[in-house]
Design a protein around this ligand. Structure first.
Ligand code: PLP
Length: 404
């Protein structure tokens, strides 16, 4: 992303041109960034060559998943729908893990038929469901057990998952109990211990605590797991303040752990793979000036991107045409939806803007389009991919059809 002659470019393509051709609001993704992120992730952990299972819930666009698949990644899915789309995008089933606290009989049955790598179970009841299916088909099912390590990820509370008060996983004691009960089962093959403590984590310290909790389970159960699935959660730099976790320290600790325990590592990153690959292009419909605030009313709403309303998430907003005229007044970027929380950003000053100009909301590749809705009966934003200096439309052009 850069400016040339004051015009914003993404991978050398002029953003205003994309807006004109595909309309606004539009989610625009950069293939270059996606590839960079994946290569960087692989490189950061190259010493122990993990299996990287992209968390499909962060972005389930089938074309994006297909690119991710071609770059060698597997998938972490949390529903039958995600599994179907992941398989359709040509992700190898032997690189797919299935997570989630509420997998139904039908979902588990389907996943078993598709011969995926692992089902990561989160409760005793889920084991019983798997046993039923295994017995019916006279099969042995490979499973992982999700540990709740009771570690505070030090991220915002709505996206913390690894504390005792969260619904996810099983306690150390429960995990050890399950291993004891099922390690000789004819129908279950306990292959993996999994953890995932939360999202947008920007320090390696909670991860090191998590790793110690995993080591404790291994030691106390005296059981060998083929895989240790360390989940995802790596944060990205939304605010451009370089507050990021120390991959080197995290990687070094894991490498020691791998040598000691002779295990293969699985990761389930979502945000860190796709977060900064996505841009939401929106047009300024009106500028409404009040005594204190300039409301910049854009044609993207909370239905298109709910993170600011849901988590008070910060996304920077940049103009597609840069100028040097700075207006010293509060600028509040809002959408057209009839809700007060339909608000993206408030800043103390901004460059001069005009109705009809376009702006870009940054870092929306993860938990952007997937969390969108048709609230206020607004049709979904289109999605485009920039790859090798070409722009492709990659959404399903649904329009109003599903309502009429
Ligand atoms: C959401 C989730 C992930 C991905 O989290 P990110 O913060 O996007 O990396 C991975 N594993 C599980 C089990 C999840 O629920």
């Amino acid at each position: 992303m850069s400016y040339s002659n004051n015009k914003l470019l993404i991978d050398k393509i002029e953003v205003d041109r994309v807006a004109k051709q595909f309309g606004t609001p539009a989610y625009c993704y950069s293939y270059e960034k996606l590839k960079d992120n994946i290569l960087k992730f692989q490189n950061d952990f190259r010493k122990f060559k993990p299996l990287i299972c992209f968390a499909v819930k962060a972005n389930n666009n089938i074309k994006i998943l297909n690119e991710i698949s071609k770059l060698g990644l597997g998938a972490d899915v949390v529903s039958k729908g995600e599994l179907v789309v992941a398989l359709k995008s040509k992700i190898n089933p032997k690189k797919i893990v299935f997570s989630g606290v509420g997998k139904t009989y039908d979902e588990i049955d389907f996943a078993i038929k598709k011969k995926i790598l692992l089902i990561n179970i989160e409760s005793q009841s889920e084991i019983e469901t798997i046993l039923k299916i295994a017995k019916k088909n006279n099969k042995t099912i490979d499973i992982g057990i999700r540990l709740n390590p009771n570690v505070d990820a030090k991220t915002i509370k709505q996206i913390t998952t690894g504390k005792k008060i969260n619904k996810f996983g099983l306690t150390e004691k429960e995990v050890i109990g399950l291993i004891k009960n099922y390690k000789n089962s004819k129908y279950l093959n306990i292959k993996c211990l999994s953890v995932h403590i939360g999202s947008q984590i920007t320090s390696h310290l909670p991860y090191l605590k998590m790793l110690r909790a995993v080591q404790k389970v291994i030691d106390r159960s005296n059981f060998h797991f083929d895989y240790i699935d360390l989940g995802g959660g790596m944060g990205i730099d939304y605010k451009n303040n370089n507050k990021l976790l120390n991959y080197k320290k995290y990687s070094e600790q894991i490498n020691k752990f791998v040598i000691k325990n002779k295990v293969k590592i699985i990761f389930e990153p979502g945000r860190s793979i796709v977060g900064n690959t996505g841009f939401l292009i929106a047009k300024i419909i009106y500028i409404k000036k009040t005594s204190r605030i300039n409301f910049i009313i854009i044609d993207a709403g909370m239905n298109d991107l709910i993170r600011p309303a849901l988590y008070k998430a910060y996304h920077k907003i940049i103009p597609t045409k840069k100028n040097k005229k700075k207006i010293l007044k509060i600028h509040e970027f809002v959408g057209p939806v009839c809700e007060t929380t339909d608000k993206f950003l408030s800043v103390k000053s901004y460059q001069k803007l005009h109705e009809g100009d376009n702006v870009v909301i940054c870092d929306v590749g993860a938990y952007g389009k997937v969390l969108s809705s048709n609230y206020n009966l607004r049709i979904n934003a289109s999605e485009v991919l920039i790859k090798k200096s070409k722009v492709f439309r990659i959404d399903k052009k649904e329009g109003l059809r599903k309502f009429i």
